[in-house]
Design a protein around this ligand. Structure first.
Ligand SMILES: [Zn+2]
Length: 410
């Protein structure tokens, strides 16, 4: 159920729609500048600098980077703290010849802006920066302090940089996180999690001409693989997100074709439902292969920020789901209803996001809304519709007032 649109909110929505025209070109120019910068994961520095400059020009307070190199700035000074998050790193170009327009030359055609990262997630960064700017200019920050974050390291290690900001740099835990990833102007309230697991068997190496002196670790892996496959039917399931999955994706052994292998290691890709933890996953797999002599572990993912900081940590990304009746979801629906006359569709993402930390690990209420379309993410057709881009800013401008009203303040 969508709460009522009060006269105050309706009047504010009208002012947002009208004022949006005044920021339209500046928002496009900012996004075009971001697209010109090639910022693969761990190389976001130039896009971070460009975002800080835009935040300063927009009059944000407390414009800075944290030690992991996220771009941060704030507007408003109310008692509710909102974190607007969109990432500046982008997926790597596979083959430039497949792109209809050069990926690093932003091109406007048919009302759309084409270029690398437009849909994932630089269009989201332009939405939250200009949304916050509009909220401040129209005095609509209401009872909220809004921190805008141009995030780093999302593509390879989603959630790592946000974990660092909150747990190691001491950024106060926000009341809510909004993720401006692709949703095509609808709302997203969760996604499955993922992790990597290693299952290792030890044998005894020997010369291949005398196999009876060794103990073949590859052959010992056979019953382990069967047990791993057999357990997939009973993985945890969620009524909205579906059942978790588990698949063996790689097998490794020593590169010595004339030796009996002394070890064999299987890599597993596991998709997770909310509530699963590193301990529960390792525990389930260990139980499934009990008695076979396998060692089960979670690998550490090596991650270094563009500022040179080591953020390496377990390759574990929890799933999450915001309850259907949560006030944060109500605030998202109310914002859309006030701006455009109807509450949008609510769904879950197929892909993983920084919500894996904010909601999945830290339990902070998290909601997704972005103007970009999922079908263009990680494709040579990478683009954002410019009319939708402006609506992205409108949403982030009005959201703080809707959030405050839902919480009994304005
Ligand atoms: Zn993304």
């Amino acid at each position: 159920m969508t709460p009522t649109i009060t006269p105050q909110l309706a009047e504010a929505a009208a002012r947002v729609r009208q004022a949006a025209e005044t920021i339209k070109q500046a928002q496009i120019d900012f996004l075009a500048d971001l697209i010109r910068l090639k910022t693969y994961t761990g190389q976001e520095g130039p896009a971070v600098e460009r975002t800080l400059a835009e935040m300063r020009a927009c009059g944000f307070a407390d414009v800075r980077t944290d030690s992991a190199g996220n771009a941060l700035g704030a507007v408003g000074s109310g008692r509710f703290s909102l974190l607007y998050d969109a990432h500046l790193d982008e997926n790597e170009i596979a083959d430039e010849a497949d792109w209809p327009y050069p990926p690093l030359q932003p091109t406007v055609a048919n009302g759309k802006l084409y270029g690398l990262g437009a849909s994932d997630c630089k269009g989201g960064v332009a939405s939250i920066v200009y949304g916050a700017r509009l909220a401040a200019a129209l005095n609509l920050t209401a009872a909220c302090t809004i921190t805008v974050k141009g995030a780093t390291l999302e593509e390879d290690a989603e959630g790592f940089a946000m974990r660092h900001l909150i747990e190691r740099d001491g950024f106060p835990r926000p009341d809510a996180v909004l993720l401006a990833e692709a949703t095509d102007l609808t709302l997203r309230r969760g996604h499955r999690g993922r992790c990597e697991v290693k299952v290792r068997m030890r044998g005894k190496a020997a010369h291949a001409s005398t196999p009876e002196l060794g103990d073949n670790a590859i052959l010992k892996m056979r019953p382990v693989l069967d047990a791993l496959e057999a357990m997939t039917a009973s993985l945890p399931a969620d009524p909205v997100l579906g059942r978790g999955t588990q698949v063996v994706t790689m097998i490794a052994s020593p590169h010595t074709p004339n030796s009996v292998p002394g070890w064999c290691e299987a890599t597993i890709d596991r998709r997770l439902t909310p509530g699963e933890t590193p301990e529960s996953v390792v525990g389930q797999i260990s139980a499934a292969v009990a008695g076979l002599g396998a060692e089960v572990s979670l690998p550490v993912q090596p991650v270094t920020s563009w500022t040179g900081l080591d953020l390496s940590g377990p390759a574990f990304f929890p799933g999450w789901l915001l309850p259907e009746d949560h006030p944060l979801l109500a605030a998202g629906k109310l914002t859309c209803a006030a701006l455009w006359g109807q509450a949008p569709r609510v769904d879950v993402w197929k892909f993983s996001t920084n919500g894996t930390y904010s909601a999945g690990a830290a339990g902070i209420p998290t909601l997704g809304f972005g103007p970009m379309e999922e079908k263009y993410v990680h494709t040579p057709e990478d683009q954002v519709d410019l009319a939708k881009l402006l609506k992205g800013a409108m949403f982030y401008a009005l959201f703080p007032l809707a959030y405050s009203l839902i919480h009994g303040e304005s």
